[in-house]
Design a protein around this ligand. Sequence first.
Ligand SMILES: *[C@@H]1O[C@H](CO)[C@@H](O)[C@H](O)[C@H]1NC(C)=O
Ligand SMILES: *[C@@H]1O[C@H](CO)[C@@H](O)[C@H](O)[C@H]1NC(C)=O
Ligand SMILES: *[C@@H]1O[C@H](CO)[C@@H](O)[C@H](O)[C@H]1NC(C)=O
Ligand SMILES: *[C@@H]1O[C@H](CO)[C@@H](O)[C@H](O)[C@H]1NC(C)=O
Length: 574
Amino acid sequence: MRLLLPTFLIGAVCASAQTNTADTYLASESPIAKTGLLANIGSSGAKSQGAKPGIVIASPSHSNPDYLFTWTRDSALVFQAIIDQFTLGIDTSLRSQVDNFVASQKIIQQVSNPSGSVSSGGLGEPKFNIDQTAFTGAWGRPQRDGPALRANALITWANFLISQSNTSYVANTLWPIIKLDLDYVASFWNQSTFDLWEEVNSSSFFTTAVQHRSLRQGAALATAIGQTSVASGYTTQAANLLCFLQSYWNAAGYMTANTGGGRSGKDANTVLASIHTFDPAAGCDAVTFQPCSDRALANLVTYVNAFRSIYTINSGIATNVGVATGRYPEDGYMGGNPWYLTTLAVAEQLYDALSVWKQQGTLSVTAVSQPFFAALSPGISIGAYPSSTSTYTTLTAAVKNFADSFIAVVAKYTPSGGGLAEQYSRSNGAPVSAVDLTWSYAALLTTLGAREGVVPVSWGAKGLTVPSTCERGGGGGGGTVAVTFKVQATTTFGENIYVTGSVDALVNWSPDNALILSAATYPIWSITINLPASTSIEYKYIRKFNGAITWESDPNRKFTTPAAGSFTLNDSWK
Ligand SMILES: *[C@@H]1O[C@H](CO)[C@@H](O)[C@H](O)[C@H]1NC(C)=O
Ligand SMILES: *[C@@H]1O[C@H](CO)[C@@H](O)[C@H](O)[C@H]1NC(C)=O
Ligand SMILES: *[C@@H]1O[C@H](CO)[C@@H](O)[C@H](O)[C@H]1NC(C)=O
Ligand SMILES: *[C@@H]1O[C@H](CO)[C@@H](O)[C@H](O)[C@H]1NC(C)=O
């Protein structure tokens, strides 16, 4: 006799087994992941000989592939996890690791490399040698997510220290490091970048999303330590980034991961963006692609389904059950296999979503997210379901089971011993590529935290609205900095000081339209003007008295505006 069960019931029956598998696996795997992660941090890590203190090696693998380098992105994501664990009180033994990281990044930032020096684009260099020297071989550079991710981790740390009244350390030690990264982001966000997989040179959703977060929380930190004009420069560029972020959404109902590359655009890039810009205070806002937003859920199901038919190990698995997922379906690197960290990211996004629905006490199915929910609960209608309804209970249980089923996939393909490599074979699930990938271990730990309801501190995503017009920013593309002109000049009664110079904002050398300075702090005259960022500018002061104009003596004064923030000129009449 054949027993015919509706699809949903089959899912539910399997799901409790998946939840048991996830419980058992995570209990045994999490200490292995923690040990594996710390083993890869210098100088005392068991597998990171030769790495300086605070330097994260990507993997101990030294050949095929050689990952014995430190990537700014991987290191920042690993330390975001460590800083979250310390500041949320999950592991209070990690402080010296964080201090080492801060010290190592302060050094690495100053290392000139093929992308430039600290002040000319070098912060976009993707990877360094583990003794903190430059890697000079050919590579996909620059990668502009690194400085943003590092700033995000260090700002989390700074905010914690401020809450502990340790503001002087933040202002004196952390802020100069963070500001370099944020100025870089503000200046270069609108220039092309290699994506996080180091292959496509265009604009990339993950990069834009983490850049947006960095300037948003950077502006809040700048304000908290009294750097208000710097904060306003960051806020301007954050608004431009938020605007640009929306442009990755496509009519097929998912985020196109990169503007270049000629691929489908279905990519773990987008899922990683959602979990690494999760803000539990932002509800299910779609503008910042929160994990429970309709766009992020629609995107998730599209991403997952892209792998169902291409990997042998996924064959025969029902559409409401998790499968192995990789970076993007067209991937061919090291055989183009599923990755542990991308499969875990799917589960993490869903656990984050569950935390927010629980906190809100309601869940909405919109026209955009209906395909996601319908995959788990066929026939589900558009609507808002408060937690008192049976539909809410059914849907959240289905989402939890679905999330756990991705953990079960990872559990199934974790070798005995628990080591997590980079990839696992698409044909038989055996580990492939670099062993002991630090990022794989960090992903296991953050996914476990999310499953247990741990949420990060808010970074300011709540209630953001998208500007009505998108402006280009930074790098001479329209970003501005507030420049204060101060000049010491003694004058006679009725005489005033003006400034004019070589750009529109300085009225293009027009003495008639020159801008008048304030004498409020006489004999220092001053005015603050927004000027184009990273631009070489010439100017002169002039005096006007009874209609007569007197120019300063030659040559013209000259300076270059910084990439972002503010700048003050301290001049004396000549
Ligand atoms: C502030 O934090 C730094 C970094 O961990 C630490 O070295 C310093 O002792 C702290 N200062 C105070 C006053 O707690
Ligand atoms: C720069 O910003 C504009 C406006 O948002 C956008 O159209 C353009 O694609 C961006 N270019 C890059 C390389 O980010
Ligand atoms: C990346 O793309 C930009 C814009 O098209 C181009 O100027 C730059 O040379 C490219 N970089 C590399 C390494 O191909
Ligand atoms: C002008 O003076 C201020 C403080 O007095 C200082 O912060 C600033 O760096 C000076 N500007 C220049 C260009 O030296």
